[in-house]
Design a binder for this molecule. Structure first.
Ligand SMILES: Nc1nc2c(ncn2[C@@H]2O[C@H](COP(=O)(O)OP(=O)(O)OP(=O)(O)O)[C@@H](O)[C@H]2O)c(=O)[nH]1
Length: 601
């Protein structure tokens, strides 16, 4: 089978803010071009994982090849790369964009431009992609296509006069999108006669085929049986299979310039493949490698411990399985006086953390305790050396610390005007420094520099709740800045609970400590003795609450009469017991930890 002429190829991504209809549009395009029969067509085929489907968010970038016969009578190959919309996965967006010539910019015609619309479209513009604006949801009575067109021009600065108007839900405008892809997006321009040069876009583990590598061929041809070299990893493999997805897997003999597809080559682990690496012909290598990507670095850390210590090995195995397909998730063993053996885990952000935790609990049936999330602090010691601190429990003695620096982010928030006051207040409380405020029609766009430490604590939930869900938010890491940071410890019955200790800014310590003590007071069940709960910095107690002693046995009020009721109570206690951890003489229920994680002001 010969490879496709480049003039008939279009490679594109869809960029959008969350919920503006990217997945629905992708489904429609697959359906309209006959990639799957109606029977095979399940809702949102590109979102393959259960959790994605349930939450309606796209996590792993996927690619499908569509065959399209255009009005000019020619057959085209359209490669659609799906991209995730959430800030935690911005890295996956950037690598998908690097493999394309064009992008559909999908904007909800009733909502308009949002924070992630901006973040994603700027990435596409930075990658020199041709942008095709698409206004979705025009079936909604609230749709205002003309106003949103003007908004796109004003805010993003691209021509939106010929934006395609569609409803991905009802199917209106889908044929126009397909025609616009062919007529308005450029074809790839590779050199067919040059040595093979391909970009490694993504890789994942498949239980039948082993590691599957998604690639974009730039120049030359990738053929079955050929010996390839991964230039960055400096490894050599023999190609076993070559093909593409429709989304069904279709094997072919070779892929030519401009094509997107996959290869398998007995690669053992996903960790052996580097996203952005250059793949070339080992016999006739390309002269120059592609610039490559920086690997995605975990920015949020937390401890994950099994509720039942006997599940430790199972947890290790489950994490290993998840990591096979998610190189941005990291874990290493950790032991805590309070929680026993577990793992210190690194994530791209809070959503990533929640998803991994949920998958471990749901797919592997594990009961977990998560400690409060933390960021990476850079500590300068008095002896001149530096260290990265991932876990507050490992903080060196304050006498040895010269300076602690924390990561800062640049956040962009778009909001209807009426919520602006409350949002500015929230950012201010979180030590934010305002850097810009402008208006996009009736909506305010505000830019803040914020310490990431203040954002990992429920910032996003608070933002959503004070704006009734209307504010949108996007951020990127900027730098580390020194701050007056202290270690806040929580003592239960005089014993420090290492899993609850955290680094906080001195100005926030009392508020955080007090809130934590108040929460714990309600969450720790009464015992036969009085339990003091204290928050402390160094040796100094800054807040205190008390759990009063219990007076009598819970079953006493059953007077021994109603035996079923008594048994029920005992069962309930047993169930509760399973989820408890012992701290000295005190049992603390799992909810106390979850509450610490979700701590409100
Ligand atoms: N009325 C209407 N609703 C739509 C249309 N397109 C999508 N939706 C709905 O909007 C919601 C979000 O659509 P998705 O396709 O999941 O959005 P998405 O942008 O892929 O979201 P993420 O995968 O989370 O980034 C769903 O409830 C869709 O049914 C449309 O044209 N009209």
């Amino acid at each position: 089978m010969s490879t496709a002429p480049q003039d008939n190829i279009r490679n594109f991504s869809i960029v959008a803010h969350i919920d503006h209809g990217k997945s629905t549009l992708a489904d429609r395009l697959i359906q309209a071009t006959g990639g799957l029969s109606d029977r095979e067509m399940k809702e949102q085929v590109l979102d393959s994982m259960d959790i994605e489907r349930e939450r309606g968010i796209t996590i792993k970038a996927q690619t499908v090849r569509l065959d399209y016969k255009a009005k000019d009578g020619k057959n085209y190959i359209l490669n659609l790369m799906d991209t995730p919309g959430h800030v935690d996965f911005a890295y996956e967006v950037s690598r998908s964009l690097a493999a394309c010539e064009g992008a559909l910019l999908v904007v909800d015609a009733s909502q308009g431009v949002e924070a992630q619309t901006l973040a994603n479209v700027y990435q596409a513009i930075d990658n020199d992609l041709e942008i095709l604006p698409v206004l979705n949801k025009i079936d909604l009575p609230a749709a205002e296509p003309d106003r949103i067109k003007a908004q796109i021009e004003e805010v993003i600065g691209i021509d939106a006069s010929e934006a395609v108007l569609i409803s991905a839900k009802t199917g209106i405008g889908i044929p126009d999108v397909l025609e616009a892809i062919v007529t308005r997006l450029p074809p790839p321009k590779g050199d067919a006669d040059a040595p093979l040069k391909a970009m490694l876009v993504d890789s994942w583990y498949d239980s039948y085929l082993g590691v599957i590598v998604l690639i974009r061929v730039i120049d030359g041809h990738l053929k079955k049986g050929m010996r390839i070299r991964m230039m960055g990893a400096d490894a050599v493999y023999d190609v076993e299979r070559v093909g593409y997805f429709t989304p069904k897997l279709v094997p072919v003999e070779s892929l030519g310039p401009g094509e997107i597809g996959f290869l398998t080559a007995s690669i053992k682990e996903v960790a052996d493949t580097r996203v952005g690496d250059t793949i070339t012909d080992d016999k006739k290598p390309t002269a120059e490698a592609l610039p490559g990507f920086k690997p995605a670095q975990p920015v949020v850390f937390c401890g994950l411990f099994p509720v039942d210590a006997a599940d430790f090995e199972e947890l290790r195995a489950a994490m290993g399985r998840l990591r096979l397909n998610d190189a941005s998730f990291s874990f290493e063993m950790e032991s805590s006086a309070a929680l026993g053996f577990g793992f210190r885990c690194g994530f791209l952000g809070l959503l990533h953390l929640e998803i991994i935790q949920e998958r471990l609990e749901r797919e592997f049936n594990l009961d977990l305790i998560a400690t409060a999330p933390s960021v990476i602090y850079k500590i300068l010691l008095t002896d001149g050396s530096e260290m990265d601190l991932h876990n507050p429990a490992d903080m060196p003695d304050v006498m040895k610390i010269e300076e602690i620096a924390e990561p800062w982010i640049r956040a962009t928030i778009l909001t209807p005007d009426e919520y602006l006051g409350a949002i500015l207040k929230l950012c201010q409380e979180r030590r934010g420094i305002q850097s810009d405020l402008s208006y996009v029609g009736t909506r305010a766009m505000v830019t803040y520099d914020l310490p990431l430490n203040e954002v990992v604590f429920d910032f996003y939930d608070r933002l959503k709740s004070i704006s009734k869900g209307y504010a949108s938010f996007d951020y990127h890491l900027t730098d580390h800045r020194p701050g007056d940071l202290v270690k806040l410890q929580i003592l239960v019955n005089g014993e420090p609970v290492d899993a609850l200790s955290m680094l906080v800014h001195r100005t926030q310590a009392e508020r955080r400590g007090r809130a934590m003590c108040e929460k714990l007071k309600d969450l720790i069940p009464q015992h036969l003795f009085v339990i003091p709960i204290q928050a402390a910095i160094g040796g100094k107690i800054i807040a205190r609450e008390t759990v009063r002693a219990m007076r009598k046995d819970v079953t006493a009020k059953c007077y021994g009469g109603d035996i079923t009721r008594k048994r029920k109570l005992l069962d309930k206690q047993k169930e509760g017991k399973r989820k408890m951890r012992q701290f000295g003489k005190v049992d603390i229920p799992q909810e106390a930890f979850i509450a610490a994680l979700k701590m409100d002001d």
